[in-house]
Ligand binder design. Structure first.
Ligand SMILES: [Zn+2]
Length: 171
């Protein structure tokens, strides 16, 4: 499938965006757009009861980020929120990403922001105070057949008593 040529331009953020990645938004090359749809077909035969959570916890999705994504629970720590947001990116859950983003920094998200083929997450460091938290992570994605990592130190804060993602401190 990688050999399919695609003429669409890269789905870059608008030009007024800063150069550093916000959230997980990555500008993709045209060739990786050809992989669209693969992600959905690889998981459609697996029921939610036995699929492992994409966040890397080792737990089944339904006992990990699943309840957060379907709205029946909300993460009680910034790291759990961060993990669930990674899972939301892998599953294309835009409403959850909006809900867990600080309204003051949340960009206008479109399905184009979900084109990146995320593969796995490594949480490197997590520090939480009363109303602020920092989570450092490496998020791996596949681009042109090779796995690459995005490193970010993210700021989270309590907003209306719920943890939300604010912005990267360092790309
Ligand atoms: Zn999870």
């Amino acid at each position: 499938m990688d050999s399919i040529q695609h003429s669409k331009p890269p789905t870059c953020p608008p030009t007024d965006e800063t150069a550093s990645p916000r959230g997980f938004r990555i500008c993709r090359s045209p060739s990786s757009i050809a992989n669209d749809g693969l992600r959905n077909t690889t998981t459609c035969n697996t029921t939610m009861s036995d699929v492992k959570c994409p966040c890397g916890s080792g737990l089944p999705l339904k006992r990990c980020c699943g309840p957060f994504l379907d709205g029946t629970a909300y993460p009680d720590s910034a790291e759990t929120l961060m993990r669930s947001r990674f899972t939301a990116f892998t599953r294309g859950n835009l409403p959850y990403l909006r809900k867990t983003w600080d309204p003051n920094t949340c960009p206008e998200l479109t399905p184009d922001d979900l084109q990146t083929q995320w593969t796995r997450l490594e949480v490197l460091r997590s520090t939480q105070a009363a109303d602020k938290a920092i989570v450092e992570f490496r998020a791996w994605y596949r681009d042109n057949g090779t796995e690459q990592a995005m490193h970010e130190i993210s700021l989270f804060k309590l907003h209306k008593k719920r943890w939300v993602y604010v912005a990267p401190l360092q790309g």
